[in-house]
Write a protein of this length. Sequence first.
Length: 117
Amino acid sequence: MKEYFTRLCFGIKLKTEIHTRVAVKDEHVESVAALLKTMSHPLRLKILCLLQEKEMAVGDIRDKVKTTNANVSQHLSILRNQGIIGSRKEANYIFNRITDTRVLELIATMSRLFCQS
């Protein structure tokens, strides 16, 4: 027997099927919590939003988020240590990019849900 719940969306009642969830393993919960904690800082979230479209040099990121090189570098280091971004050096520039496709999907979903005007 299928179970449903009713929710209100812009004044319209929607009937949604409740799907049986697969048991979530503790290590997955811990891993996702660590990822979300890393992403939750406002400046890191801004950086990730910028990097979802293309790789960028530190100076370009700094100009877009309007802070210092040191501050951007500190936050990029945190993202890199968590495995969210990677970097490459070209001449005197360090280019950063999101390396985890799941993070790209997550940022795109959050943008769609929360940033559409």
